[in-house]
Design a protein around this ligand. Structure first.
Ligand code: PLP
Length: 395
């Protein structure tokens, strides 16, 4: 039987990237002890108050269909949140509730681009982005993100890649996997290009609340000159440690929101009212859970840096936000994949090879910061030892 072209377009973008993580899970199932730094999930459960709000919604019978845009209480809470953040009046009808950032990105891209269009995307990037763009039939155009610029996308790297087919600039700030946060200057320069070439900006801000002390978050949506071309996507998955609830949203210009509505209705017809109740509560105040996670992850990023930076030729890139630290292992002469697979077998430490996130992280490893400090320390000791052995050095 024949399948649609989307199946071919997505066929090389899936599971292979997660080979190390899959092998780690196999080893654990066989009874081996593995320190799993390969995946980042919040390390706490959702707050009791949020679970109580979801349960109260269930008890109150909030179990029927919603509508294509989402429950009014959630849309009002989102409008209030983004009005306060931007200093402009954002209407509830500019917001759409969808099941998680991932679905939101899918619906947004489907609304904005299609075959024949080009989408500018930073390399490295979060593992699903290429698939999201490929699903629409649009072409991915990779913008290199350089370690010397802290992996922040630079307008000078974007400008030469713009063609008459370019339709959308895909941003992720704070960024997974690098933990980089675009500065206001970065965004204004990128935004000037978007205005000049009439591009949409899609900004995945799922880590907005997980920024470390001293860092400053700015969204293109907050800048008045970019407000009519920017769509923000986010969720409570990271900020409220609630990925399993699949509760996300987007906010953007009214014109976009109206164009999205039939797409959202066709895909889903709204999210679940009792989850909307929980999410409305979540987004109505800053997340204490996110602040505490950011403190823990920042401390652990510091631990990784102290233990590995400069050790046996390793270089640590310190994140400004999020759940991951990056370690450059190029000095060992191994690829990230070779190092990660070897490290897992020899030392029982599972990390992600940088290559899983794009060519720009070849020779890097991504370490999740979501396990306890002593485990991070043990993992770092083993990574340093493995790096030394790979180079024929004493550990
Ligand atoms: C950058 C980024 N965007 C989106 C997602 C998916 O988020 P959600 O659970 O809201 O679909 C993740 C999850 O790791 C992510 O890191």
């Amino acid at each position: 039987m024949r399948f649609a072209p989307i199946v071919d377009r997505l066929s090389n973008l899936g599971g292979a990237k997660w080979a190390v993580h899959a092998r780690a899970k196999e080893m654990i199932a066989q009874g081996r002890e593995v320190i799993k730094l390969s995946i980042g999930e919040p390390d706490v459960p959702p707050a009791d108050a949020l679970l109580a709000a979801a349960k109260a919604g269930i008890d109150a019978g909030r179990l029927g269909y919603s509508n294509g845009r989402g429950e009014p209480n959630l849309l009002a809470a989102l409008a209030a949140r983004y009005s306060a953040r931007t200093g402009r009046s954002i209407a509830p009808s500019q917001c759409t509730a969808l099941p998680g950032t991932q679905t939101t990105l899918y619906a947004t891209l489907t609304t904005l681009v299609g075959p024949g269009d080009e989408v500018l995307l930073g390399d490295p990037c979060y593992a699903t982005y290429e698939g999201l763009i490929a699903a629409t039939g649009a072409q991915v155009v990779m913008v290199p993100l350089h370690a010397e610029h802290g992996f922040r996308m630079q307008a000078a790297d974007v400008a030469p890649l713009i063609t008459p087919r370019t339709r959308l600039l895909f941003l992720n700030t704070p960024h997974n996997p690098t933990g980089a946060i675009l500065t206001e200057g970065d965004i204004r320069a990128l935004g000037a290009l978007a205005i000049q070439h009439d591009l949409w900006i899609l900004s995945d801000e799922v880590y907005e609340e997980m920024i470390y002390v001293g860092a400053r978050f700015v969204s293109p949506f907050d800048l008045a000159e970019l407000a009519d071309r920017t769509v923000v996507a986010a969720s409570i998955s990271k900020s409220h440690a609630a990925p399993g609830f699949r509760s996300g949203w987007c906010v953007g210009p009214q014109e976009f929101s109206d164009a999205l509505l039939p797409v959202a209705e066709t895909m889903l017809f709204g999210n679940q009212p009792f989850i909307a109740d929980m999410t409305a509560l979540a987004v109505s105040a800053p997340s204490a859970a996110a602040r505490a996670m950011a403190q823990r992850f920042s401390r652990r990023a510091g631990l990784v840096q102290r233990m590995l930076h400069g050790k046996n030729g390793l270089v640590v890139h310190r994140p400004e936000a999020g759940m991951f630290a990056l370690v450059n292992i190029a000095a060992t002469g191994l690829t990230g994949e070779e190092f990660a697979l070897g490290l897992l077998d020899a030392e029982g430490v599972a990390v992600m090879p940088g290559e899983s996130f794009g060519h720009g992280l070849a020779g890097w490893l991504r370490l999740s910061l979501t396990v306890d400090d002593p485990l991070i320390e043990t993992a770092c000791t083993r990574i340093a030892a493995y790096a030394a052995r790979a180079q024929g050095l004493a550990a």
